[in-house]
Design a protein around this ligand. Structure first.
Ligand code: SAH
Length: 257
């Protein structure tokens, strides 16, 4: 990695939140993909309990709630996202069965075997995929489902530049068969995996950032950290375009046995 490119870990969290709160999504995805992942999950009813972990402002949670029966709890570490989440809930008139709460994914407030479905798009990396699927399993009923999206390698080998970028950003990135094996080992039937199409990154994640970058830079004029953060975001988008045949987001769906 070249020295001008800072690791995402070095930026101020408040700054990152301020940036992402202006975007509908905080990670790659789309409503169609949320609905597709949901199509692999059987047996939900109006008594089902669903949790969306690392929900952000809730773009995908609202889609989930509109296409699945049951009660949905969105969990995020940052109150700024949860405030926005709960405002979105009211706007869509979902407050009788959707609620956002501020909690950490490494200390979730659920009871053992309480949940029918644990959802998490582009967020489990915060504690790591393997740790997350193992620790969260206890909250699921037997026969309950986990559905998470996670950055993954598509090939066994890849160019050094992109390998180095991800080894710094998220060393737990791995191939799809390795992630599936982790899921099986953690005590789930690997029900489905599928690769998120490119538009989940280009149109839905990186394109809206162009306008968000402008606003953010205007608001934080002269703030070196803010400028570096944006440069870093742009670098990440550039690398995606250059190396998208080697990695992307993958949905992993498992059923607790
Ligand atoms: N699921 C959303 C957001 C993905 S970004 C989407 O797909 O758009 C990752 C999210 O994880 C952010 O909202 C971030 O605030 C949240 N997060 C980071 N660390 C967390 C933790 N320890 N516990 C809960 N949420 C966390």
């Amino acid at each position: 990695m070249n020295d001008e490119n800072k690791s995402i870990h070095e930026f101020d969290l408040e700054l990152i939140c301020e940036y992402f709160v202006n975007l509908e999504r905080q990670g790659p995805g789309s409503p169609e993909i949320t609905i597709k992942a949901l199509s692999f999950i059987d047996d939900l009813n109006d008594k089902s309990l669903i949790a969306d972990i690392g929900c952000g402002s809730g773009g995908q949670t609202m889609v989930l709630a509109q296409h699945a029966l049951g009660n949905v709890t969105g969990v995020d570490l940052f109150p700024i996202f949860i405030d926005l989440f709960n405002r979105n809930v009211e706007k869509l008139d979902l407050q009788n069965r959707v609620k956002g709460i501020v909690e950490s994914m490494d200390n979730l407030p659920f009871r053992n075997e309480e949940l029918d479905l644990m959802w998490s798009e582009g967020a489990i990396y915060n504690i790591g995929f393997e740790r997350g699927i193992n620790e969260w399993r206890k909250f699921l009923k037997t026969g309950g489902y986990i559905a998470v999206s996670e950055v993954s390698w598509f090939t066994e080998e890849r160019p050094a530049e992109i390998e180095e970028f991800w080894m710094d950003a998220y060393p737990e990135i791995d191939t799809i068969p390795n992630k599936v094996a982790q899921m099986q080992k953690a005590g789930y039937i690997p029900v489905a995996t599928f690769v998120l199409p490119e538009n989940c990154w280009t149109e839905n994640f990186y394109a809206p950032q162009v306008e968000a970058d402008k606003l953010f830079l205007e608001k934080n004029k002269g703030n070196k950290a803010a400028e570096e953060f944006i440069a870093n975001q742009r670098h990440e988008a550039h690398l995606y375009n250059k190396y998208k045949e080697y990695y992307g987001y993958v949905f992993y769906i498992g059923k607790k046995i």
